[in-house]
Design a binder for this molecule. Structure first.
Ligand code: AKG
Ligand code: FE2
Length: 251
């Protein structure tokens, strides 16, 4: 989340002719067949089943191969550092080709993403975790947002590869979900008081809003990528960015 990244607004584009994957991507672009489930109202957390299709998930994974570098951390004013004790995954930045634009436009039209019309979607990034890799408790929002001129308004975290044990996404401050119907997506065996831990399931996503109505970061959105114990977990981050002046007046 470095503020010098170039932000992109969504725009319609067309596939290059001769692209072998065009028909499946075009279909996926046309129909949004995901289902949404309310996990928490405050903070707003929505579980999204099938946000991406299995084909899209594997294409996104393929697009990120060979691009992985150590994952950065950001200080409150947006400066980058590295600390593998805190965050030991790898990160790949994706080029903005057709599939990426489809996913961006799906995110943009997501009904719970109540964005001001000029809010932006940051360049998409993929996070990869092998055994022991994790991202400890953190917020996606910046505490020193005035310096950055804006903040991370909402997050979609999409599991695009989940051949792993462990590696859940834990929100320690969310109220535990008591109904057993959630157990297909959340860890129902965890200790009491551990909040909510979503299990990595390919294609599914978690969406949450990071800021309150005044544009202030919500501490209840604290979350972590728990250590993977075996196998591989790969996730796509879609971060939406709201400019600071509008965060105050229009969120
Ligand atoms: O790996 C996860 O489950 C969460 C990742 C995350 O929180 C992030 O990339 O900001
Ligand atoms: Fe995060």
């Amino acid at each position: 989340m470095v503020f010098s990244w170039s932000f992109t607004s969504d725009e319609t584009s067309h596939p290059a002719s001769g692209d072998a994957t065009v028909s499946s991507i075009t279909d996926a672009c046309r129909t949004d067949s995901y289902r949404t489930y309310l996990i928490s109202e405050d903070p707003l957390v929505i579980y999204i089943e099938s946000f991406v299709t299995p084909e899209e998930a594997s294409q996104l994974t393929d697009l990120s191969e060979s691009k992985f570098k150590p994952s950065p951390l950001w200080s409150d004013d947006g400066k980058v550092s590295f600390n593998t004790n805190y965050r030991s995954s790898l990160t790949a930045s994706l080029e903005r080709q057709y599939l990426i634009k489809c996913i961006e436009s799906r995110a943009r039209s997501f009904p719970f993403y109540l964005s001001p019309s000029d809010s932006l979607i940051k360049p998409l990034v993929v996070q990869r975790y092998g055994p022991t890799n994790q991202y400890r408790d953190h917020y996606d929002w910046f505490t020193d947002s005035p310096t950055l001129d804006g903040n991370i308004d909402s997050t979609f975290f999409v599991y695009i590869q989940a051949n792993c044990t462990g590696g859940g996404t834990n929100f320690p401050r969310l109220k535990a979900l008591e109904d057993e119907k959630w157990c297909k997506w959340v860890d129902c065996d965890q200790e009491l008081g551990a909040g909510v831990t979503f299990r990595p399931i390919t294609g599914n996503a978690i969406f949450w809003r990071n800021l309150d109505a005044q544009g202030k970061g919500l501490k209840s959105t604290l979350h972590a990528g728990l250590p993977v114990t075996e196998g591989m977990k790969t996730g796509l981050n879609i971060w939406t960015w709201v400019r600071y002046d509008r965060a105050i007046s229009e969120l």
